[in-house]
Design a binder for this molecule. Structure first.
Ligand SMILES: Cc1ncc(COP(=O)(O)O)c(C=O)c1O
Length: 427
């Protein structure tokens, strides 16, 4: 065909290794884990390694209070309880969101009210959130997706105006900042996940794990009594005179983190600043190199945001109109053939189109009840969130790199240019 495109039999633009060249310090992880095994310290919270990690993360974020939990979703469920959410209350969550983020709220019998995302940032849209606030709304639960920070000024203003609690899903956002302040140190309560292993896992990874961070003593104490059964010294630590009357089993959930996981998280936290700076430098290099290529641009970040983006990779907005109507699938297929790891589906279906909101699932909830906690779940249908639904298949996802192989970023930029220059041959 004479295009030189790899999809037409031409040479691939990308020949460099597309894997991240950064390697985690495995020997240090092993030593940290073995030390705990030798000590026989394999369970507990509020003491030893778990307390040490909480203190280190608290210092890193700069906030007052931190709790390490078993998972990100248990951290968020505890934050929902801390916020005072209960049966019949409403919370607002972006429909380009994540069930694990609000599962705790669902099981408390609260009603999910989804909001649209802004089509340029693909983050919860504060204007749309405001339209959905009712007298029953108690919590706004935005996601700093892939470490890209939501509009914190607008969200906090909404919370202040309507008396709501901001439960930030910061599962991907360790080290991300807003106006020079780290996430976890400027909102009400923020929750991080430590799932996976770096690179590719959550920015501070532990296999499994989660973290609650807040500057609010009351929110901290409520999260603690909800999820840290038998935390060492909890009754002495609590200051609320009502919570102090509980016994050491507090409210019964034991959602503390495993000490072995925290030993790995501690090593991960040490390398985080290096990884963030290198990741951002690589992203900016690629952004500059593809800036003038039509049809594709990085998802926008707010000017006050410093997006760590170590988890979930780059999200790119695709505009088929700029390339004669070329579909995102074909655009990505041509790039894949050039050697670029890219997908036309940075995210899956929106939350409101999940089976639990769109299908009758007889017997699912037991005894014929229409939802968890005997509260009917709302029903949603296609077309309810046109902005977010319209983004499905148009936001491209690509891994980012901390230390890319030599020449990789140039080659990826060349591949984008090659495909865009030859779009007519792909139609
Ligand atoms: C946006 C978001 N929120 C919450 C979670 C829950 O974290 P965990 O898997 O640690 O429970 C995840 C996990 O991937 C996530 O991506």
């Amino acid at each position: 065909m004479g295009t030189g495109l790899a999809i037409h039999g031409g040479k691939k633009a990308v020949t460099a290794d597309t894997r991240d060249q950064w390697r985690r310090p495995v020997a240090e992880e092993k030593a940290a884990v073995c030390e705990l095994i030798d000590q026989g310290f394999l369970s507990g919270s509020g003491t030893g390694k778990p307390k040490e990690f909480e203190d280190q993360f608290r210092e890193f974020i700069g906030c007052k209070y931190v709790l390490a939990t078993s998972h990100g979703h248990t951290a968020i469920a505890s934050a929902y309880f801390a916020a005072g959410l209960g049966a019949g209350d409403e919370f607002i969550h972006p429909t380009i969101g994540y069930l694990g983020s609000y599962a705790g709220a669902l099981h408390m019998g609260a009603k999910p009210v989804f909001c649209e995302v802004d089509p340029k940032t693909v983050l919860a849209d504060p204007k749309d959130i405001e339209r959905r606030i009712t007298p029953r709304t108690r919590v706004i639960n935005p996601i700093h997706m892939c470490g890209r920070v939501c509009d914190m000024d607008a969200l906090l203003a909404l919370c202040n105006k309507h008396g709501l609690v901001l439960v930030e899903d910061a599962a991907h956002a360790h080290g991300s900042e807003w106006g020079g302040v780290k996430i976890g140190n400027l909102g009400h309560i923020a929750c991080f996940s430590c799932q996976g292993i770096v690179p590719g896992g959550k920015p501070v990874s532990a296999g499994e794990g989660g973290i609650v961070a807040t500057n609010d003593r009351e929110l901290y104490e409520r999260a603690l009594i909800y999820c840290h059964l038998h935390r060492s010294g909890s009754l002495e630590e609590l200051t609320n005179p009502v919570y102090k009357q509980l016994d050491a089993q507090l409210l019964g959930w034991k959602w503390r983190a495993h000490p072995l996981a925290l030993a790995i998280a501690q090593v991960s936290l040490k390398t985080l600043p290096y990884r963030i700076e290198h990741f951002i430098a690589t992203r900016e290099e690629l952004r500059a190199k593809i800036r003038d290529i039509p049809g594709v641009e990085f998802a926008h970040n707010y000017p006050k945001a410093k997006a760590a983006e170590l988890y979930g990779g780059y999200w790119l907005l695709y505009d088929a109109n700029a390339l004669g109507g070329l579909s995102a699938e074909v655009f990505c297929k041509a790039l894949n053939e050039e050697g670029v790891p890219i997908t036309a589906r940075a995210f899956r279906a929106p939350e409101h189109l999940r089976a639990i909101y769109t299908k009758d699932l007889p017997g699912l909830w037991g005894k014929g009840h229409p939802g968890p906690a005997n509260i009917p779940l709302p029903r949603y249908k296609k077309g309810d969130y046109p902005v977010s639904e319209g983004l499905v298949g148009k936001v491209l996802g690509m891994p980012g790199w901390i230390d890319p192989a030599r020449g990789l970023i140039d080659q990826i930029a060349t591949a984008f240019r090659k495909v865009a220059d030859n779009y007519k041959a792909l139609l």
